[in-house]
Unconditional design. Sequence first.
Length: 540
Amino acid sequence: MNPNEHDSATCSSLSPESIKIMAESIGISGLQEDCARELAEDVTFKLKWIIQDSIKFLKHGKRRELSIQDIDNSLKTKNIEPIYGFEAAEHIPFRFASGGGRELYFTEEKEIDLTEIISGPLPKLPINPNLRAHWLAIDGIQPAIPENPPPLNKDTQRLEAIDPASKIKQPGKDKVPQRKELTEIVNVKQLTAHELSVEQQLYYKEITEACVGSDETKRQEAFQSLQTDPGLHQMLPRLCTFIAEGVRINVVLNNLAPLIYLMRMVKALLANQSLYLEKYLHELVPAILTCILCKQLCPRPEVDHHFALRDFSAKVAGQVSRTYHTSTNQMQTRITRVFARVLTVDKTPLTTLYGAIVGLCEMGPEVIKAMLLPSLKMVGDRIEAIDSHPAVLQMHDKGTITKIKEALTKHCGAVLRTIRSPPDNSEEFRNDFGYFGPVLHASTVKARAMVSGMHTGTSIIQRSGSATPLAIQRVGTPVQKLITTSGRPGTPSQMISQGNVVKIVQPTQRTPQQRIVYMQSPSTPKTTMYSAEEAMDDTF
C-alpha cells in the first residue's frame, strides 16, 4: 500500500486508543477493546456526518474555511443542541470537579485583581468616524488643497512630455516629495471577446451561406461538415446564435424553407460526436420549440407543407431531451411540460395543437401514456366542436385535423396495445377518448394484428396512407386469402376468420371500387389484386 494511502486511511477515523485516552481523562479506566472499537466507529461516523453537512453551509456561504458557526448550523439541522462557548482557535484544557454526586468539566480561568483594574489608566476612546467632501476638480482644474495630490511644475511636465524616459532615468529628482501610503493592488481580469482566426471566419461565412443558400449540393456538403468536423468548438457559440436569430427572424417573415434548413443544422450538430451542446441549449431549445408550436410558419398553410417542419423539429426535440436530460437540468421534463400546457389552453390554434401532440409523441411511450392519452378526450371534444361547423372550418384547419388523426394513429396504437387488454371494443374507445375513439381503435387493432403476424410468421401488406392493413400473408400455409375493405377513415373495423381466410371489413360510404382484395395461391408467390365483387364471389 502507498504510504500516503495508509496515512489517509489511518487519519480518516478515530482509533480505539484515542477513545481509551478520552475515557481515562474523565475517570473511566479499563475500557474493553471491543467497546472502544465500537465507540470509535460510531463517533467517526457521526463526526463525518456532521462535517459533511457543515461543508454544505461552507459552500453556501461561498467561503473557503470551515467555521464554528457551520458546525453549529449542522447540529441545529439535526435537532442537536449546539455546543456553546467554543470560539477560541487554540486548545482549551478542561478541569474536572465533582461534588454532591455531580460531575463537571470546566476551563480554568485566570483570577483578576479588581484593584489593578481600578488603579490602571483608562483606555483611549476610539476616534469617531468623520466624512468630509472636497472638490476633486473644478471646471477641469484640480484645486490645490491638502486632499488632492500636489501638481507637478511646468518644467517637469515639459520634460516628461519631450522625453518620457526621463521619469524612469531620474526618479524623484524633480518631483515634490509625496506622502507614502499603503495601498492594496488588485488585479482585475478584463473581459475580452474571443476572436476567430481568419480561416475560422471564412469557414463560418461559407458554412452559414451554404446551409441556408439555394445550392442543394453545397448544402449537403455543409451539413456533412457539421456532422463530422471535430474542430467546431470555437465556432459553436456563433453557430448556435446564428440558428436562434435565424429562427426568430424567419418565423416573423413566415419563411418556411430557411426554418427547415436551420433545423437541419441543429440535427447535424447533434450528430457530431465531438460536440457537447448542453451549454447552448438555452438558445437551441427555444428555437426548436418555436418551429414546433408556432401558429403560422408559412404564408399559405393550406398549400405549404409546414407539417414536415413540425414533425422534423419534434424529432430533434426528442433527441435533445434523450441526449442531454439530467437530474440537474430536467430537460425532458421541462420540454414535456411546455407541450402538455398547450393541450390545456382552450384557444390554442390547431397547428400549435398538432405540434404539441407530435412533440409529446416523440418524447417516448411513457410520456404518451402519462401526458397525451389522458388529455385526448378534452382535445377531441374541442376539435369535434370545430369540425361540426363547416362554415367556420377553414381549408387548412380541415387538413390539420386530418394530420392530427394521422399522428395519433401512428404513435398511439402501439402504446394502447400494451395498456389495454383485448378484445378492443369501439364503444369503449369512444367513451374513453371521445372524438378520437374510432381512430385510436383502428390503430390499436392494426398494432395487434402486426404483433400477431410477427409471432405467427404472417406478413402484412399495407398501402401508404391507409389506416388498416390491406393484406395478411402467412408463410407456410397451403392456401390463404385475405380480403380487406377500406372505407372512410376512423370507422370501426371487424376481422372475420373462416378456415385459411381472414377478412378485415370496414363500413364504406363510397363506391365499391375503393375496396381492395389481395389473394395469394400456393403456387404463385406474387400478390394479385381483385375487385371487391370478384373477391366476394370467389372467396365466400
